[in-house]
Design a protein around this ligand. Structure first.
Ligand code: NAG
Ligand code: NAG
Length: 610
């Protein structure tokens, strides 16, 4: 429709019909690129100037020959980040289409029978499934659990332990049972599942045992199918077992050659703090981590294409500067001498805690549903976040100033500074161009509704007072008030974010920034179900502007935003039901029981015997 009659005629003259059909896109693109760029008025109340209709504008330009106008390609880096090519289209178009394609492929190739699942299991992991796999499959079929092959997270969590001599692994687990703070859940051949042991600091029992109840409650659903086991859990929010690169690699090597290493023969650890877990050739080890020198803000725009990879601080050492998980312990503790099989609600790329499908924060839905209007009926187009200043303890000798929640609130409320914004483009055939420098005072109050709620916590005087004065504190919001926002941000607290389940069940588009690849990572697709955001928030304004447009709504992609909001809620109701938590836990305990057995072969599933 953009093509004028004269241009159509011209094309007919210039080109053979078939070629013309192919090339018309290019001509259109070429002309679009010559269209004067309207200045971005991010917050200005006046409409952006339009090309006056009485001039003929770009249509009157002599037709460009259909030169090879191909938009530049973005670069997909090793660390899960797409590096933006200014001559390419806005990268979010591509990130979304690519993610949708991969997700659909995953859905299509999912196993439909037990036999297919066994074959796929062997293909992926080069061994037989654990004993009880047929019971697991029955549960999965009966409860309509989706993507029955996508449990690589279990494999990655357990695989290094296969390399430890089983007798030694049992001793390590036994020693762990008495380590403070922990509780052990298990059963023997005649008892039911319960807390069989605990070790807490004095006076902490009531607080720390709480999490065990919901875990047992989940396992209860499949108790009759679970072999005897004893599993030690950390009651805390974050992971606590730092890996040593040499130890973990040696164990993975042993596991892949189906041998095992005795505890006394493990390689010596190389104790260099957090980066002990990183490969000697990784960016973190090569650059080192100097917390006294904050990393400069990235000069080039990038977006996450692989969320799990992008969380790895070995690949992106800036994470050490930006997250309370790391800053709380400065350059990091000593790594573990062996791998310690301790379960926890979350882990990071450099820890080896075994992730559970945590029931904490799980909600069936948002009730009443009237508190959560349909996406189109939500009115507020600012990005919403409210929460407490958790994530680190705030005191004078602690590096809390750059921790993730403090940084979030400071950065998104900054008035006296600038934001380099990648302007939303009107079509995927347009070059995205250079970011535009915009004053914080123009963009932040217009686009962000982000602040702390309540009173400062996790702090000591005088830091509490400083925090209360320096940062915006806003009223707490009810679920109903939050329901009015189209865009909602989710960030980590002291550990993983317990509110993600609630948020993604709402009809809002959820932006998520985290360093914890959770249990469902293989079972969700960023850019399809939610919008992934980097820890340094360098893509936050850009992604938001892409969906909601500039201050006038120009360049908005509300259709794409609505798709994500709907897909997110749909995903939550299909992939994160109680049954999905049970199915994950069921499979995890089958795998774990085999791992902790002295006769792992006998604990494997044999297809023939059924
Ligand atoms: C199983 O556990 C129960 C309760 O902890 C205990 O009383 C019983 O003796 C155990 N049985 C076996 C066979 O170990
Ligand atoms: C704004 O930033 C400039 C440059 O960093 C600084 O010199 C100035 O004091 C700041 N003004 C306020 C009011 O914070």
């Amino acid at each position: 429709m953009l093509l004028s009659r004269s241009r159509r005629a011209l094309k007919l003259v210039l080109l053979v019909a078939a070629v013309a059909v192919f090339l018309s896109g290019f001509i259109k693109d070429a002309l679009l690129l010559f269209a004067p760029q309207a200045p971005a008025h991010v917050t200005a109340p006046v409409p952006a100037p339009q090309t006056p209709s009485h001039t003929n504008g770009p249509r009157e330009r002599p037709p460009k020959p259909p030169s090879p106008l191909v938009l530049g390609k973005h670069r997909y880096g090793n660390g899960g980040l797409l590096e933006v090519n200014e001559d390419g289209a806005h990268p979010i178009y591509e990130l979304i289409s690519r993610a949708e394609k991969d997700w659909n492929k995953k859905l299509e190739k999912a196993s439909k029978s037990l036999h297919q699942a066994v074959v796929e299991y062997r293909r992926r992991y080069n061994r037989e499934p654990p004993r009880g796999f047929d019971d697991w499959w029955s549960y999965v079929s009966k409860h309509n659990v989706q993507l029955p092959d996508e449990y690589d997270s279990i494999y990655h969590d357990l695989e290094p332990f296969w390399g430890i001599e089983p007798r030694d692994l049992l001793v390590i687990r036994e020693e762990l049972e008495s380590k403070v703070d922990s509780y052990t859940i298990g059963r023997n051949s005649s008892s039911t599942i319960s807390v069989v042991h605990y070790a807490f600091q004095a006076g902490k029992y009531d607080q720390l045992i709480k999490g065990s109840e919901k875990i047992i409650d989940l396992l209860r659903d499949v108790e009759e199918f679970l072999p005897p086991f004893r599993a030690v859990f950390s009651p805390h929010d974050g992971p606590n077992r730092l890996s040593d690169y040499g130890v973990k690699s040696a164990l993975l090597q042993a596991a892949s050659s189906q041998t095992s290493i005795e505890r006394d023969s493990l390689p010596k650890i190389n104790s260099v703090g957090w980066i002990s877990a990183c490969s000697p050739t990784s960016p973190a080890r090569r650059k080192g981590v100097n917390l006294d020198m904050p990393p400069p803000r990235p000069s080039k725009k990038s977006f996450i294409y692989d969320h799990r990879l992008s969380m790895d601080p070995c690949l992106k050492p800036d994470h050490f500067h930006h997250h309370g998980q790391f800053l709380s312990h400065n350059s990091g503790p000593s790594p573990q001498h062996a791998m310690i099989p301790e379960f926890s609600s979350c882990s990071t790329a450099i820890h080896h805690n075994i992730r559970i499908p945590t029931p904490y924060g799980w909600v069936e839905d948002i009730y009443p549903r009237s508190d959560d209007p349909e996406w189109d009926d939500k009115i507020d187009e600012r990005l919403l976040w409210r929460g407490s200043n958790t994530g680190i303890f705030h005191a004078q000798h602690i590096r809390w100033r750059r921790s993730h929640r403090i940084f979030l609130v400071e950065y998104t409320n900054e008035l006296n500074g600038t934001v380099d914004l990648l302007l939303p483009s009107k079509s995927r055939k347009e070059k995205v161009g250079k970011p535009k420098r915009i004053r914080g005072a123009h963009i932040n109050p217009a686009m962000m509704d982000i602040g702390f709620a309540g009173r400062p916590i996790s702090c000591s005087s005088p830091t509490c007072e400083l925090i209360e004065k320096k940062f915006p504190w806003r009223a707490r919001q009810s679920v109903r008030e939050a329901g009015n926002y189209k865009y909602v941000l989710d960030v980590d607290g002291n550990g993983w974010s317990g509110r993600f389940k609630r948020l993604i069940t709402s009809n809002s588009v959820i932006f998520k920034s985290t360093i914890y690849p959770e249990w469902y990572m293989d079972r969700i697709a960023p850019w399809v179900h939610y919008v992934p955001v980097q820890l340094d928030l360098s893509d936050l304004h850009d992604a938001l502007a892409f969906f909601r447009g500039d201050g006038n709504g120009d360049g908005a992609h509300e259709d794409l935003a609505r798709n994500i909001a709907n897909a997110g809620r749909q995903w939550s109701k299909t992939f994160w039901r109680r049954e999905d938590l049970v199915a994950y836990f069921f499979r995890l305990i089958l795998e774990y029981s085999r791992l902790m057995s002295l006769d792992r072969k006998a604990m494997s599933y044999s297809e023939k015997s059924t």
